[in-house]
Write a protein of this length. Structure first.
Length: 271
């Protein structure tokens, strides 16, 4: 039996979600196999070397404690601490710049620009989304018309067309193993989710980003939208602390997820 430091902010208030409920339940299930202690993200550096591994879960947007998070990453690497999710993630864990890279490389991503000369290459739209490269939970996000794009300072920002999508859908993975999918039928209610049965093409889409990320250990959520032409486009690859909405899936899916997470943690610990 290994020891886990489970990092969570039980007091974080999220729109439409109760992060604390999910972490209380999930940490309890992990306790069936591991010795588990919960701590706030600001306490992780002081405590982590007493445990076999650190599990980062619903710890809230790191932009609210950026200096402490950077210190945690540096200390974990210096001390060779096992972290779940692995700190090598290339998605949201490293900011939003990956959306620029994937867009420029031709991946199925919402078209994204980060330089003034790229703004004119964006598709025509009624409005454009301007968001910080280090943003989260829509902090700092704003909308502008095409006539105002020239006024946007691209430093530290990215710009995307506001797409009139049919719905958003999320695919949940432990490592590279698909677990379940949920979608929001109403585009105006992002967190009113219901189970989604993915097609083979849907899973191929999602796995393309999981394979690209090449995350050794951890949980990933591939968020996508269904564009007007029926194509799925990546919205974000959440590989830092994705909320799992485990209360919205069936018992079979929840049990399979817990089993997969325990198995992955055993592999991380080498037990």
């Amino acid at each position: 039996m290994g020891t886990l430091l489970y990092v969570t902010d039980l007091g974080y208030q999220a729109r439409g979600r109760r992060y604390c409920d999910e972490d209380i339940w999930l940490s309890g299930r992990l306790r069936e196999e591991f010795d588990v202690a919960l701590c706030h993200p600001l306490d992780a550096v002081a405590l982590m070397d007493r445990f076999d591994a650190v599990v980062v879960r619903n710890s809230g947007p790191v932009l609210h404690y950026r200096e402490a998070y950077d210190a945690f990453r540096a200390a974990a690497r210096d001390k060779d601490i096992r972290v779940f999710n692995s700190l090598s993630g290339k998605g949201d864990m490293a900011g939003k710049a990956y959306l620029l890279d994937l867009s420029r490389e031709g991946f199925p991503v919402i078209p994204t620009a980060g330089r003034r000369e790229e703004f004119a290459l964006l598709p025509e739209a009624d409005a454009y989304v301007v968001k910080p490269l280090l943003g989260a939970d829509s902090v700092g996000l704003r909308f502008v018309g095409r006539e105002r794009l020239a006024d946007v300072d691209p430093a530290g920002m990215l710009v995307q067309p506001r797409i009139p999508f049919a719905y958003e859908v999320s695919f949940y993975f432990v490592g590279r193993d698909f677990q379940y999918a949920l979608y929001a039928p109403d585009p105006e209610a992002r967190w009113v989710l219901t189970p989604y049965e993915p097609t083979a093409a849907d899973l191929e889409f999602a796995r393309r980003f999981v394979d690209w990320n090449d995350l050794p250990y951890g949980i990933q959520r591939v968020d996508a939208c269904r564009a007007p032409d029926g194509e799925l486009l990546l919205v974000e690859l959440e590989d830092l602390n994705p909320y799992l909405s485990l209360d919205l899936v069936g018992e079979e899916e929840r049990e399979a997820f817990v089993a997969a997470m325990k198995r992955s943690l055993r592999e991380l610990l080498g037990t």
